[in-house]
Design a protein around this ligand. Sequence first.
Ligand SMILES: [Mg+2]
Length: 286
Amino acid sequence: MQTGNGLKFPTEFYDAYIFDMDGTIYLGDHLLPGAKRLIEELRRREIPVRFLSNNPTKDPHLYVDKLEGMDIPTPLEDIANTVVTMTRWLKDHHADKTVFPIAEQPLIDALHDAGIKISDDPEKIDIVIASYDRTFDYRKLQIAFDAIWFHKRAILVATNPDRYCPFPGGRGEPDCAAIIAAIEACTQTKCQVITGKPEPVMLEVAIEGLDVNPRHCMMVGDRLYTDIEMAKKTGMFSAMPLTGDSTMEEALALPKEHQPDFILDRVDRLIPAAVWEENGWTAEDD
Ligand SMILES: [Mg+2]
């Protein structure tokens, strides 16, 4: 359904819904309007719902607690962040390699638990992992530099390509892109793999175990260059709520093939208007 102001809402249900969380379901510590009744309506219809985050600074259990605290109880297996996807990617492709994670504790713990070898000795490091790390410092940069540039043995990979993590009130915090850029700048190498959105590896983990075709699934997220781009790369439908990072102007400035299929003023517009009517919903009552 097309509205006069550039918004466009779906008129049917899809086989599964993959949600970004920050800026889509909640912003900071506050649930966004309509998010709770949206998830409840999808689950009532037994449509699979999965949650994704590019943020590698949180243990996946924290998302279980956070969603539970917002009255959207969700099992751990329905949530994947880049702690989960990086660990799984390393296990699948580089189980015998030694890594140097530029990372906060949750990723380091997950790598330990998965039996991945970790070292800060540049002569032993095969893979430098850049991530959103608020303890990043010159020592870590030097180790990465030595492993990649001086010893010429390590490759650079990263959890996520985000420039900053959005906070309420329009503020934010520098994210993984800044760490990748620092290492690329001094080593003159390129990051080879990213295990977060928009890379399809993220989606593979998200829909693992679901008997669905990505072409009949809906990716929902507030960022054009991660959430929506992943949908485009994997052939999923995409919807962008205007409650987080990207704006209508930014969406419409992109070539048609990179624009979201749907642009929503609130996330529960994913539920077709006919069902809003059946349920007696209005935009004021949630
Ligand atoms: Mg987001």
